[in-house]
Ligand binder design. Structure first.
Ligand code: 13P
Length: 334
């Protein structure tokens, strides 16, 4: 393991004013996205859509890295260039989603465990060869009566830590993503408590498995009320609660925290990140974005599967990327 190299990559991923594009939708998830704009999910259409994002001129000013799916890491652009090379040429770091999705966690009331550890070391070595310099593993927890359970938290935290260790042994920076879903009518305080319990367990397991904190990125959700909660918290309340829980749980050796958007609107995802950085300067870690939907919703719609719309879709993507880049600097102004 090359700790210096891992730390350099991690710092690059959260460089000032930059964040990560999550474009690692699995085949079934990208199918849902493409179906929503009446485009068939063929290999070629998936390629064209992602090529549109990766070739957006100037995206490298706001985007430090892109998380890819296995298919995309191996895919060529229309002109025969590897998509990875298009990113590298712009100085954007390619990353790879390595988990194999969620399955029921037996012994719980419908909670989930993320799978994919078997054979991961071998896959990771190949991914490094193909150009990936960081990886992502997403654990999914939900809030309901008594959930997330201690069982689900610990099982998922352990899997995250084992994944992170395998990444680092292969000189790949792990993005450690414990997502707590926004589904439900829980309030901000409930989200805070679930996030605090989860992050404590995650960092305990990371320590147990000897993960080097300087060579990882944390990707949490924000502390936010459930999407059907009647009492909406203000932007500042979400920002303050999120920063408070992170201060309690995340050691300062971690170079950066890159949030998921988790179903927040584009505007709110930017506004919350902007408020955190504006209201809490001088935090020990960089706070930035690793958004999927909040970066892609607009360009996906503008593209609509038509080559003639590529330039306009790229404009939409750059617009969101720029606003999130400003938010990472605490200078977001809708
Ligand atoms: P969203 O920003 O759409 O939540 O996606 C981020 C991600 O990578 C989820 O794993």
């Amino acid at each position: 393991m090359d700790v210096k190299e891992l730390n350099k990559i991690a710092k690059g991923m959260v460089a000032p004013g930059k964040g990560i594009l999550a474009a690692d939708e699995s085949t079934s998830t990208i199918e849902k996205r493409l179906t929503s704009i009446n485009v068939a999910s063929t290999e070629e259409n998936r390629r064209d859509y992602r090529e549109m994002l990766f070739t957006a001129d100037g995206s490298e000013k706001y985007i430090s890295g892109v998380i890819l799916y296995d298919e995309t890491l191996r895919q060529k652009a229309k002109d025969g260039t590897q998509l990875v090379d298009i990113l590298n040429k712009r100085g954007i770091i390619p990353g790879i989603k390595v988990d194999k999705g969620i399955q029921p966690l037996q012994g719980t009331d419908g909670e989930k465990i993320t799978e994919g550890l078997d054979g991961l070391g071998k896959r990771m070595a190949e991914y490094h060869q193909l150009g990936a310099r960081f990886a992502k593993w997403r654990a999914v927890l939900n809030i309901a009566n008594g959930k997330p359970s201690r069982q689900a938290i610990v099982a998922n935290a352990e899997a995250l830590a084992r994944y992170a260790g395998i990444c680092q042994a292969n000189n790949i920076v792990p993005i450690v993503e414990p997502e707590i879903l926004m589904d439900g009518d829980h309030d901000l305080a409930t989200s805070f408590a679930a996030t605090e319990r989860t992050l404590h367990a995650v960092f305990e397991q990371l320590a147990l498995h000897n993960v080097v904190l300087e060579g990882m990125i944390l990707k949490p959700g924000m502390v936010i009320q459930g999407e059907s909660c009647k009492k909406a918290a203000s932007i500042d309340e979400v920002a303050d609660a999120t920063v408070q829980v992170l201060k309690r749980c995340v050691p300062s050796a971690v170079p950066g925290i890159a949030f998921l958007s988790g179903g927040q609107s584009d505007e709110l995802a930017s506004a919350h990140l902007g408020a955190m950085n504006a209201r809490h300067p001088n935090l020990p870690w960089a706070l930035t974005f690793s958004y999927g939907r909040a970066l892609q919703a607009l360009p996906l719609k503008l593209w609509g599967g038509k080559a003639a719309n590529v330039a306009n879709a790229q404009k939409g993507y750059l617009h969101r990327a720029k606003l999130n880049g400003m938010a990472a600097l605490g200078k977001y102004d809708a």
